[in-house]
Design a protein around this ligand. Sequence first.
Ligand code: FES
Length: 284
Amino acid sequence: MLMHDLVTRIERLRVIDRVAAPLADAAHRALPPGTVAKDALSGTWLGHPLHPLLTDIPIGCFTSASIVDVVGGRRGRRSADRLLALGLLSAVPTAAAGLADWSETTGETRRLGVVHALANTVGLGFYAKSYWSRKRGQRARGVAQALIGMGAMTAGGYLGAHLTFTKGIGVNATFREHGPHDWVTVLAASGLPEDRLVRVEADGVALVLRRRGDRVDALSATCTHAGGPLDEGELVDGCVRCPWHGSMFRLATGEVVHGPATAPEPAYDARLVSDKVEVRRREQ
Ligand code: FES
């Protein structure tokens, strides 16, 4: 419970907002939704957030460097130094991907993200000092600095895990949805105007419908990125744009056209039967 209390205190530190707000604004300006850079760093092309995947590289390199420091003896020195250098280089795209994810957070998660980044920056600073010390022949000092860096990055890693597993950052917001497998009526056809987004419920799952002539497209109304209400979004070229962070999904299939979302929207079959609209979950 000690860690839980500590994290809760961090979440409530409103003073962090003074730094977080302008930083988030700057990140938004640098990485606006719908751009290649934003999609690339979010992991839209990967079908999975990129940041957690990239963290394996610097963490693996830094941890391995310290292990080689301890057990590798004199012969392991060059390998440890190279691992350290690789860890420092790989931290750059890792941090950029983390910044892209963080820029979409608010409130408590945004504050935690700032402290997560701060701990990792302190860790990287010690690893950079370690590399410099080693190059100057101060190996014992460099080994010690790397261990301090590892301590700081472990704290940062703890907060990163908290952001994912407790706060749900990067988790598909629809993964527990189970819409109807058989056709169910959700609306009278007269309640579905042409080319408008309409919210309905099917077996307790919120859906968004769009009608064009006899064709009806149906997706989950909950954005996979962070749960935004797609029925309040915007229709753009056969897609719906989420009102929260601008992810775009193809209405016919649920495919992600632009991030920051990485998971497609659950798509539903929909049909007009006499004067009713029926839907059922589409088997993917
Ligand atoms: S909730 Fe973030 S893009 Fe929809």
